[in-house]
Design a protein around this ligand. Structure first.
Ligand SMILES: [Zn+2]
Length: 394
């Protein structure tokens, strides 16, 4: 087996190794190269932690995976077997993984101690880091755990990583992850004293203080338990900054102090609702004034009106039938060949007329005997011409 530098010293950012073999492979339709080294710096994806990236000689290391007990690196160009290659890690990415992985241990350990729940899923993504537990937590409980986890971070306790002997393993109380079953080799233990002991092959920080901070950013019910979103260290700070920028923009827009932004939004929504109600009242008055200009009649009536909502279409149609402006009233609103309509009558079942009009005007719609609503795929001229020729009356 190769020497796994990430396992012995997660802080090592560069090392030299001999290329054992290298061969072409296909990845998403592109030719890449796979290689193995006698010493390897790159953590292979596993246990919820994504693989490391970096460079090896002239090649870019795109990812690393464990395959049949060997760490296989995917490269963008070939390396000569037998040659020496200097491996350099993308350190910022790795350190972020170390912070989040250790933060997750700390949090999961505290959840396990307090509630007995197991971590049944762990995913470190680009956007968020999620941890699934097989039991329910309230938001208050999650906040309490967050406080305790941060307390442990500030205590800056050393994180211990070791390979226990079989007899020690038998008496040791520790959590294990499902993914562990698929990994070969001796069990590797990671302990945050006073908070967690867990079998894990990932990379971790040396002291809890390096996690920086831990922030729960989301909590949702998931498969009978909960899914928590967590951010640690630099990413927690980025998230804080993003939120702060948003809030300060919102507070400028509202001319309110940041801590009073929510109240200002409530007031804004209330006054918008009142304005909306007032507008609807005035609009109905406007429609009534238009209706007043039409004579009473029992003939079929067509009205085309700009910019009516479906509710306003219905209200206007009802207004016109109740005020006897037509025996059968069709109100349309729209533009081009896209018109919405309401068809109503107090005298007849409008459904047969609705069907006939839809046929000649490429329409779709339906409703009750008193009123139907829908849309026509025809222009204003066609609507007028077909309505007036009365052929749809049969
Ligand atoms: Zn771990």
């Amino acid at each position: 087996m190769e020497e796994r530098v990430y396992d012995k010293d997660p802080y090592c950012r560069s090392c030299e190794g001999t290329v054992l073999w290298c061969r072409p492979a296909q990845k998403q339709g592109k030719t890449v190269y796979e290689a193995a080294f006698d010493r390897v710096l790159f953590y292979p994806e596993g246990g919820g932690q994504p693989s490391d990236t970096g460079t090896a000689g002239e090649a870019r290391v795109l990812e690393a995976h464990q395959r049949e007990g060997q760490v296989v690196c995917t490269l963008d160009r070939p390396l000569e077997p037998g040659s020496q290659a200097v491996q350099v890690l993308d350190w910022d990415r790795r350190f972020s993984h170390m912070q989040h992985h250790t933060g997750e241990h700390l949090f999961s350990g505290l959840v396990h101690r307090r509630f007995g729940y197991d971590n049944v899923g762990f995913h470190m993504g680009r956007e968020e880091v999620t941890v699934d537990f097989n039991g329910l937590l309230t938001l208050e409980e999650a906040e309490q755990l967050e406080r305790e986890a941060n307390q442990k971070i500030w205590e800056n306790v050393p994180v211990r990583v070791w390979y226990p002997l079989p007899e020690e393993l038998e008496t040791l109380e520790y959590r294990s992850k499902k993914e562990l079953d698929q990994l070969e080799g001796p069990v590797r233990m990671t302990e945050v004293p006073g908070a967690d002991c867990c079998a894990c092959c990932g990379t971790h920080v040396g002291r809890t203080g390096e996690i920086g901070m831990i922030k729960v950013t989301g909590l949702m019910h998931y498969k009978g338990g909960v899914r928590l979103s967590l951010l640690c260290g630099g990413r927690a700070l980025q998230d804080y900054n993003r939120g702060q920028r948003q809030l300060s923009r919102i507070s400028v827009l509202l001319s309110a102090k940041p801590e009073e932004a929510a109240e200002a939004v409530e007031r804004l929504k209330q006054s918008q609702g009142e304005g909306e109600g007032r507008f609807q009242q005035l609009f109905l008055k406007y429609l009534q004034l238009k209706a007043d200009t039409l004579p009473e009649s029992s003939a079929d009536l067509l009205v085309l009106e700009e910019g009516l909502t479906p509710v306003q279409l219905r209200r206007y149609c009802t207004m016109l039938t109740e005020q006897h402006k037509g025996g059968l009233v069709l109100v349309c609103s729209g533009e081009g060949t896209n018109w919405k309509y309401a068809l109503g009558s107090l005298q007849e079942d409008v459904r047969p007329a609705n069907q006939a009009l839809c046929k000649v005007l490429q329409g779709r719609g339906g409703g009750s005997a008193q009123m139907t609503q829908g849309s026509f795929e025809a222009d204003a001229q066609e609507i007028r011409r077909h309505f007036q020729d009365g052929m749809w009356r049969g």
